[in-house]
Design a protein around this ligand. Structure first.
Ligand code: CTP
Length: 421
């Protein structure tokens, strides 16, 4: 479930061609369980009709401060008092300038000015031509709006409706949604550097063949996202997968187990949390052929020998920082059977305080999973749910453990999840 679920958001549109993205944003918010009240400026109505947004939000749209539907004729007060946030997308250069000066000559700016500052955050998604965006006046306004406590989102970069290319595009609807998700997520990982490995590794036999496994990387990517939403500085080291990088996460792509180990090493001295979800290949071919191995027509199969890959997790878990508790290591175990037994043994073998078990064949490639958390005090279940939800819960659980560790100065606290049996 999204952290946005149950929230009430006033979605304001000022005038800009990016208003077409606001229709998508409205739809995505509603899908995430948000009630959306749309307020449009007169300029916004040049780009998008109120009818479209009424249909998508399921509520009549407000466009005027003189709206007779409000018994007290105070739409600017009534609408803002109910909101968990006001989001203005698109937020034009002119609208931002007006906000800066406390202008209030139409409903949207009037409502922003009249909002209770301590209760209703104002979030702007700017949208404009690149020259307008780069203009010192706009940049000055932005800096002042931020100083006034208004949350100004980044802009996108690329082709613009005017035919020019550069900074100033409004973020896409899914990007704004992700920003809002982050805005409402408690920052339980603020100040932490989190390293996540994800996906399979690929061990080359020759230039066209290799050994890999069915890991999709979805769980690891979901964990990286959840850690980022919770305020962490996240680096994701990904094996070969075709997944989009979660917003705000730094990604390093690798192919083989050896590359993954190399990519992990610099973070062992910096990170506070290492979550090893990657399905690292246990073995690699002892040698890799430079050219494609060809059939020679004799019917004989090639002879191959293997060497064991280094255990990345175990090596990190035995580093001095992990041993002293400065680096909290979390292992994963993809098993096909006897999950509790294997996961418990693996936790001790790897030397990690927390090991998360799951049944590999039933979860590889899927969007959902069930987890078994094993620590020194026992095993706790996170029942079947989407990987996104499990990731959020797992990050919250790890944050609780880190806090307990900080409070006690050592050791790892018990999970908040109920005992399995
Ligand atoms: N792991 C690792 N490096 C390896 C092998 C595994 O970092 N060379 C990590 C995985 O990311 C995971 C944990 O170790 O966090 C367990 O991985 P798994 O493949 O389940 O276990 P193995 O150690 O390979 O043991 P087995 O194959 O016997 O189940």
């Amino acid at each position: 479930m999204s952290t946005l679920s149950g929230k009430h958001i006033v979605l304001g549109l000022s005038g800009g061609i990016a208003a077409f993205k606001s229709a998508e944003l409205c739809r995505a918010l509603v899908k995430a369980g948000v009630t959306v009240q749309v307020v449009m400026t007169e300029a916004a109505e040049q780009f998008m009709t109120a009818v479209t947004l009424q249909a998508l939000s399921g509520r009549t749209v407000y466009t005027s401060q003189w709206d007779p539907r409000e018994a007290n004729n105070m739409a600017h007060i009534n609408l803002s008092r109910e909101a968990d946030a006001i989001v203005v997308a698109p937020s034009s250069a002119d609208f931002m300038s007006k906000l800066l000066h406390g202008g209030a000559d139409e409903l949207l700016s009037l409502m922003c000015l009249a909002r209770p500052l301590d209760k209703v955050p104002l979030i702007l998604a700017p949208a404009m031509n690149r020259e307008m965006w780069a203009n010192p006046a706009t940049q000055r306004n932005m800096a002042q709006l931020k100083a006034d406590g208004i949350h100004v989102l980044d802009v996108g970069q690329g082709d613009q409706a005017c035919g020019e290319t550069g900074d100033g595009r409004m973020l896409e609807a899914d990007e704004i949604l992700e920003e809002l998700e982050g805005f409402f997520t408690p920052k339980v990982m603020a100040g932490k550097q989190v390293l996540v490995t994800a996906g399979p590794t690929y061990e080359a036999i020759d230039p066209v063949r290799g050994i890999t496994n069915l890991s999709s990387g979805k769980m690891g990517f979901a964990i990286a996202r959840a850690a980022r939403l919770a305020g962490a500085d996240v680096t994701l080291i990904a094996g070969p997968v075709s997944l989009a990088t979660p917003r705000g996460v730094k990604r390093v792509d690798v192919r083989s187990a050896r590359q993954m180990l190399e990519a992990v090493q610099p973070f062992v001295d910096e990170a506070q949390v290492f979550i090893s979800t990657a399905a690292v290949a246990d073995w690699r071919p002892a040698s890799t052929a430079d050219q494609k191995i060809k059939k020679d027509g004799s019917g004989e199969t090639p002879q191959m020998s293997f060497v064991e890959n280094s255990d990345i997790l175990a090596s990190v878990a035995h580093s001095p920082r992990a041993a002293s508790g400065e680096l909290f290591c979390v292992g994963f175990a993809a098993e096909s059977h006897d999950l509790l037994t294997h996961a418990s043994a693996k936790r001790i073998r790897k030397g990690v305080p927390l090991l998360v078990g799951n049944i590999g064949p039933s979860t590889f490639g899927q969007d959902d999973n069930a987890l078994l958390l094993v620590d020194e005090t026992g095993a706790y279940e996170m029942p079947h749910a989407s990987k996104q939800k499990l990731a959020v819960d797992l990050i919250a659980d790890i944050a609780t453990r880190l806090n307990r560790q900080d409070d006690s100065g050592h050791g790892v606290g018990r999970s908040t999840f109920s005992e399995r049996n």
